[in-house]
Design a binder for this molecule. Structure first.
Ligand code: PBS
Length: 283
C-alpha cells in the first residue's frame, strides 16, 4: 500500500435540529478520511481546530474570510429553513443533515459533492450549478428547490466553495497531516470470558484495541481453521483516533481448549497476533 498514491476524502457534516418554531441548533464537523479535523459548535462563532495541522495551508486571512462566510450562512440557513417550514407546512420537530466535501485525485483533478437529508433521507443535492432533488424525493421539495435556485449569488458561492475552496483546503490538510494519516498503530489484544450463553457453554471474547487505520481482521481459530461461528462486533472509536473491536465465539465448555484468536492488521507487517485460550480459566 505504501508508496502508491491514494486518496483521502475530506468531508464536512452539518447537523441541524429544528425542535419547534423557536428552538434550533446547528453543529458542524469536518473529517479528513478517519480523522476529525474541525468542529463548529452551535453557540460558537469560530471554527475549532482539532489537529495541529488543521489550518492546512490557508492563511489567517483565508480562515477569517471562510469563518465569516460560514457565520452568515449559519444564520441565513436557519432563517430560510424556518420560512420553508411555514411555506411547505412542515411539522416540527425535524432534522436536516448536510454532507459536503471533496477528494483530490492525482493530476490536480478533484470531485466534490453536497447532499442534504431531511429526517435522515437524502432529498437534495447540489449538482454543477443548481440545486436538484434526489431521486425519489417527495414532491413538496420542488417548491423549496425552485426558491433556492433563484438565488444566483448563493449558487455561485456554493459552486466556488465546492470546486475551489474545498480541494485547496483538502490538499493543504493532506500535505500537513500526511504523516498522521498514514501512521500505523499496532493493536493490543486480550481475551476474556463473557456472560455464559447457556448451561455448559462459554462465550469467549477477544478484544482488539488501539489500532489505526480502521481495517482489521480478527477470527477465532482452531489451529489453522477459521471458526465461522465467530461473531464480530462493530469497530468502535476510541477517544484517541484509534479503534476498538470485540469478537466473540460461543462454544461448549469442553471445546474451548485449543482455540485461539488471530489478529491481522496492516501495522503488524504480517506478524499476526495470536492469543491462545487458557483452558484452566474456563470454570
Ligand atoms: C424543510 C425544508 C427542507 C429543504 C431542504 C433544503 C436544503 C437547503 C440547503 C440550503 C443551503 C443555503 C442556505 C442559505 C442561503 O439560502 C442564503 O440565504 C444565504 N447564502 C449563503 O450564505 C451563501 C453560502 C452558502 C454556503 C452553503 C454551504 C452548504 C445568504 O444569501 C444572501 O447573501 C449571500 C452573500 O452572503 C448572497 O448575496 C446571496 O445572493 C443572498 O441571497
Amino acid at each position: 500500500q505504501t508508496g502508491s498514491p491514494r486518496n483521502f476524502p475530506f468531508r464536512c457534516l452539518q447537523i441541524s435540529s429544528f425542535a419547534n418554531t423557536t428552538w434550533t441548533r446547528t453543529d458542524g464537523l469536518a473529517w479528513l478520511w478517519e480523522l476529525q479535523t474541525h468542529a463548529w459548535r452551535n453557540g460558537s462563532d469560530s471554527i475549532h481546530f482539532l489537529k495541529p495541522w488543521s489550518r492546512g495551508n490557508f492563511s489567517p486571512q483565508q480562515w477569517e474570510d471562510l469563518q465569516h462566510i460560514l457565520g452568515v450562512y449559519r444564520s441565513s440557513f436557519t432563517r430560510d429553513i424556518q420560512e420553508f417550514a411555514i411555506m411547505l407546512s412542515k411539522v416540527y420537530p425535524f432534522e436536516l443533515q448536510l454532507s459536503a466535501g471533496c477528494e483530490a485525485y492525482p493530476g490536480n483533478a478533484s470531485e466534490s459533492f453536497l447532499h442534504v437529508a431531511f429526517q435522515g433521507t437524502h432529498v437534495v443535492s447540489f449538482q454543477g450549478t443548481y440545486w436538484e432533488p434526489a431521486p425519489d424525493a417527495p414532491l413538496w421539495l420542488n417548491r423549496a428547490i425552485e426558491e433556492l435556485n433563484k438565488d444566483q449569488g448563493t449558487r455561485e458561492m456554493v459552486q466556488s466553495l465546492l470546486s475551489d475552496t474545498c480541494p485547496q483546503l483538502a490538499s493543504g490538510l493532506l500535505e500537513a497531516g500526511k504523516s498522521e494519516l498514514e501512521q500505523q498503530v499496532k493493536p493490543k489484544a486480550w481475551l476474556s470470558q463473557g456472560p455464559s450463553p447457556g448451561s455448559d457453554r462459554l462465550q469467549l471474547e477477544c478484544h482488539v484495541s488501539g489500532f489505526y487505520p480502521k481495517p482489521v481482521w480478527v477470527m477465532w481459530m482452531r489451529g489453522e481453521q477459521d471458526q465461522p461461528e465467530t461473531q464480530r462486533g462493530d469497530v468502535l472509536p476510541n477517544a484517541d483516533d484509534t479503534w476498538y473491536l470485540r469478537v466473540t465465539l460461543d462454544v461448549a465448555a469442553g471445546e474451548a481448549a485449543g482455540l485461539s484468536c488471530r489478529v491481522k492488521h496492516s501495522s503488524l507487517g504480517g506478524q499476526d497476533i495470536v492469543l491462545h485460550w487458557d483452558g484452566s480459566r474456563s470454570s
